[in-house]
Design a binder for this molecule. Structure first.
Ligand SMILES: Cc1cc2nc3c(=O)[nH]c(=O)nc-3n(C[C@H](O)[C@H](O)[C@H](O)COP(=O)(O)OP(=O)(O)OC[C@H]3O[C@@H](n4cnc5c(N)ncnc54)[C@H](O)[C@@H]3O)c2cc1C
Length: 305
């Protein structure tokens, strides 16, 4: 069976691992330069900052098995946040080190943006064509809808009922390089009812030798300011948290708009087959959500094909 997977984030890589183990012929296509999707680590000169997912929880034995292997290989580690009792996990060299490791034994083709699907062939922007028996799509649902529109594939009534259940929230991220690490207790602070929802000290987290911060705006603030000038938005966010950060300690900063950060409303099952087509939808919009939910979505889809 030849399976093409669109998206080399946690869901796509998780599905690919299981399918390869079960003897399928699998290729994973991703539009970006690297793998990992929203498990993303940015390099700014000598500094590194996780700017998508910050940590993840492990609640299920399926995910625990992978994370224990990665802990053994020093790719993943525990992170204890002072404000939370449950243990969190991170990539030891940044969150992106986890998908990178998962992808290392798979056939992943990057810089391959799928722009249309026609008669069991996925066509990419570069002009390549990939034929498939099964197609797995792990990109956020609004992007799936656009891809289907460009492919002139119509969703059935049932398909539409499933897809309309899934919603994501936006997030504006600021990554700031510092002269010195902060004194933020345990390296991370969760804030409530403020423009900023999260501050992480990536040096204390252990992923960078040059100190950096990651600051995430709340979903409400991100939605209200999504299309504003990001330099001004970043300054506003930074000054709103000056009780935690000495602004004179900032050397430089970068920003990022995540249109789809967390799937806040999800389809209850871990994946969905588009009616009458060999096309399967997976990702964090299905099941548990977040990094673990994306893993389980790919895992259960892989087990069922
Ligand atoms: C700011 C932020 C903070 C977060 N914080 C946390 C957290 O602390 N804990 C947690 O557990 N989760 C967190 N999340 C959510 C978590 O990152 C996601 O739930 C999870 O990584 C989703 O994985 P996925 O495989 O479903 O999707 P993605 O990671 O989005 O993967 C989809 C992939 O598809 C590719 N793609 C898109 N369109 C195409 C196309 N047309 N052709 C080819 N490739 C394409 C993309 O490049 C991407 O690599 C956060 C996310 C963000 C953005």
């Amino acid at each position: 069976m030849k399976t093409i997977i669109i998206g080399a984030g946690m869901a796509g890589l998780s599905a690919a691992r299981i399918l390869v183990q079960n003897g399928h012929n699998v290729a994973v296509l991703d539009k970006s330069r690297g793998v990992g999707g929203r498990m993303s680590t940015r390099t700014i000169d000598m500094a590194k900052a996780d700017h998508g997912a910050q940590y993840f929880s492990v609640k299920t034995p399926e995910f625990q098995e992978l994370i224990s292997e990665l802990q053994f290989e020093n790719i993943a580690a525990e992170w204890h946040l002072a404000q939370r009792e449950n243990v969190r996990y991170v990539g030891t060299k940044g969150m992106n080190s986890i998908p990178k490791k998962m992808a290392s034994t798979l056939n992943v083709l990057v810089n391959e943006k799928v722009i249309s699907i026609e008669n069991n062939i996925a066509k990419t922007e570069s002009g390549n064509e990939y034929d498939f028996d099964n197609l797995i799509i792990t990109i956020p649902i609004p992007q799936v809808i656009e891809l289907f529109r460009n492919s002139k594939i119509k969703f059935s009534h049932n398909d539409k009922n499933v897809l309309r259940k899934i919603e994501y929230e936006p997030c504006i991220a600021v990554m700031a390089v510092l002269k010195q690490p902060t004194e933020i207790v345990s390296g991370g602070i969760i804030l409530e009812n403020q423009p900023v929802a999260w501050i992480a000290d990536n040096f204390q987290k252990g992923i960078t030798e040059t100190p950096t911060l990651t600051i995430h705006a709340s979903a409400k603030y991100s939605a209200e300011h999504f299309d504003d000038d990001l330099q001004e938005v970043a300054k506003d966010m930074l000054s709103s948290v000056n009780q935690y950060i000495n602004l004179k300690n900032i050397v430089t900063f970068q920003t990022h708009r995540w249109k789809f950060s967390n799937a806040i409303k999800r389809y209850e099952k871990p994946f969905y087959q588009v009616e009458n087509l060999p096309i399967y939808l997976a990702g964090d919009g299905f099941g548990l959500g977040n990094v673990e939910g994306a893993f389980l979505s790919g895992y259960y889809l892989g087990m069922n094909l």
